[in-house]
Design a protein around this ligand. Sequence first.
Ligand code: DGT
Ligand code: CA
Ligand code: CA
Ligand code: ZN
Length: 577
Amino acid sequence: MKISNEHISKILREIAVYLEMQNVPFKPRAYEKTAIAVADLSEDLHALYEKGGIKAIEEIEGVGVSIAEKIEEIIKTGYLKYYDQLKKKTPVDVSSLMSVEGLGPKKIKKLYQELKITNVEELERSARAGKIRSLEGFGEKTEENILKSLEFLRQAGGRFILGYIMPDIRKIESDLKKLKEVKKIIVAGSVRRRKETIGDVDILIVSSKPAPVMDFFVNMPNVARVVTHGSTKSAVKLKNGLDVDVCVVAEKSYGAALNYFTGSKYHNIALREIAIKYGFNLNEYGLFKGKKTITGKTEEEIYKKLGLDYIEPEMRENEGEIELSSEHKLPKLIGYNDLQGDLQIQTNWTDGSNTIEEYAEVAIKKGLKYIVITDHTKRLAMTGGLDEKKLLKQIAEIGKINEKLSAKGYKFKILAGSEVDILKDGTLDLKDEALKKLDVCGTAIHSYFNLPKEEQTKRIIRAMENPHVDIIFHPTGRIINRRPAYEVDIDEIIKAAKRTNTVLEIDAFPDRLDLKDDYIRKCVFAGVKLAIDSDAHLVSHMDFLEFGIAQARRGWATKDDIINTRPVEAMLKLLKK
Ligand code: DGT
Ligand code: CA
Ligand code: CA
Ligand code: ZN
């Protein structure tokens, strides 16, 4: 086996981290320096060694005798005993943490000492909970960069999670919009359909002077590579790996182009077939009859000429929406401003980072009328989960804050809730006496993801049968791009939800979006009530509600299907008595 310089450099860098973590003086720096020297080397170390032996390695600038011997061992055997020993001694997955941009020996050590972070999953969890920013030498910017880097690593080849990448997309959109040559701009494709993950970004622009728009686009500071630079079409790859296409279209074709580039492909194909039945021809330039243009300026006109009601982008997946549209039976989807409350929030009583009051303040600013505090329970010891006694204390605290808010004149209510852990057998982590005291009782699975389907299904149904349980949070437990849903019989769950009057959640956290769209549709058809919650662990996470609403729209849910579109009293009335 031939050992590359890169491989050797990586081992040396990891050794530096291990030594740093053990507080060994000086040596970490020596290993780090050598790692850099090896990485920068223009010759191949392996070849160098075959020609000149260990002497040739020692002659390299910055390489001492003892490290040269280690390099020799790697080249000769493919292994380094010293490295393996160090690795065994620490519980930290240095190799994967090192791949996160901006994390070196000192920072990895600090993360382990202060937050017990041993791998990238724990790193992500802490970063998302806003726990890293307060560490000495880190700050909010570092925390943000860590999350960006993690997203980038995850995306090596995969799809982007819409909610995480949306701020970047909106920035590009607003920068382009500021150009005086841009008359209209819209992001089409899967972004407009609000799919949970996106392959790339498709932007449409109306402009009478495309050249400066194209120039601006390919020269944006976050562009890593220009894929094509044409007069009306360009494509770039951004530094974070995201592909973005821009296309300038004529005003008279705007509706047709928007319809075409919004997709989905299967929706488009179905529309085109309808057009043919009418003797029309539909393409990205317009709706035509022979050479004659029927229409093309707006999407609404195109649908109308095809005998259809306008179909919201979130529904355009050819899942039956076209038939409903032709029968004028499309549901009126929940709107993006329709939520009045947020029913799942973790505070600094457990693994959230903000206080109950801070959540209330931000929720009020967002225009919400109520929130439910749902901290974890005692079985989740690593989050500091609440036991019965602490929960009662929290309920009292919520009462006090409510009094304060109402004295200040706010018409806003904080409700007492919980994210009670569902134990292996479907019983709950807190006694019924405690659950009885809650305004809203949520429950969730955080363990035994691998039970056989039948057992997992029974476990959840048993929890639903508890007369105190109001909502099942993130019912299938998937984490997009990371962990599949646990095996459950979703139809049985939905039936049981209906029978027991239990609400199922649409968790809005961008990598959960659990329930997923087709399960939401099943709930809607079955008449099972749903809730859209942020699952916030930080006040800013309440912004994710938008993506929960998007998911609900993709699942054809109306305002009526979602319990937290109602005022607080009406919402509470829908729960179990
Ligand atoms: P993505 O990017 O994988 O998340 O998904 P989309 O839906 O954004 O797909 P993309 O970017 O390949 O194409 C954008 C839109 O262009 C797509 O939604 C519909 C339209 N389109 C692309 N290819 C075809 C095609 O072969 N036939 C038809 N009818 N439309 C297409
Ligand atoms: Ca796309
Ligand atoms: Ca595309
Ligand atoms: Zn949590």
